[in-house]
Write a protein that binds this ligand. Structure first.
Ligand code: VGL
Ligand code: ZN
Length: 198
């Protein structure tokens, strides 16, 4: 059953919101724009209000110049999310609380990381605060959201996908849909803001 009962959705101790890579370079006008990526922002703001009691974690792609994932270095992507640049900043309209914990990833020249758990403190931070269930949304469905969800499930977290607050790059048509199907197959459950705000 993929739609959890509404009572399961009441935030409780042990829950956190995990917002993946909602950064200017992934929005329309950015250097690696995700189609309609900006649409996740108002929806995430609604989740942030509904779940105002929960701890918030926000990952960001935080690459050095000449990162291995950039085309000039033989990687698949245009330069994006270079640490300290405007493109790497979180979307200005995203209402992250001051208490949000920021997790920077793929920060060295020689490694890429699509998952917020890869070479970061995220798992140990969540562990040390007894978080066991994650509400996950952001960008992009078929890369960093997919890989973050895969690691989260593998590490034993229960995952609720904020299905209306994620968008895909869709290098190949259907990548986003396949990524979502894969996340559900792994055991994540999908929710929407309409399903909990009623
Ligand atoms: C991402 C491509 C390259 C993402 C990051 O955040 O999904 N995609 N780097
Ligand atoms: Zn990247």
């Amino acid at each position: 059953m993929n739609s959890p009962n509404r009572n399961d959705l009441q935030p409780h101790t042990g829950d956190a919101l995990l917002i993946v890579d909602v950064q200017n370079d992934f929005l329309p006008g950015g250097s690696l724009a995700v189609p309609r990526g900006d649409e996740v922002v108002p929806v995430l703001n609604r989740y942030l209000r509904i779940f105002a009691a929960l701890p918030v974690y926000a990952t960001r792609d935080w690459h050095p110049e000449r990162h291995c994932s950039f085309r000039a270095q033989g990687g698949p992507w245009p330069p994006h999310c270079v640490a300290g640049t405007r493109g790497a900043e979180f979307a200005a309209a995203l209402q992250l609380p001051p208490s949000a914990v920021i997790i920077s990833k793929a920060t060295t020249v020689e490694h890429d990381a699509y998952s917020g758990f890869q070479d970061t403190e995220l798992d140990s931070l969540l562990h040390s605060t007894n978080i066991r269930r994650l509400f996950i949304g952001g960008l992009a469905t078929d890369y960093c959201v997919l890989n973050t969800v895969r690691d989260a499930v593998g590490l034993g977290y229960k995952v609720l996908l904020l299905a209306d607050a994620m968008r895909a790059v869709d290098v190949q048509a259907g990548d986003g849909q396949r990524a979502e199907a894969e996340m559900l197959r792994l055991g994540a459950q999908r929710i929407s803001v309409e399903g909990i705000a009623a």
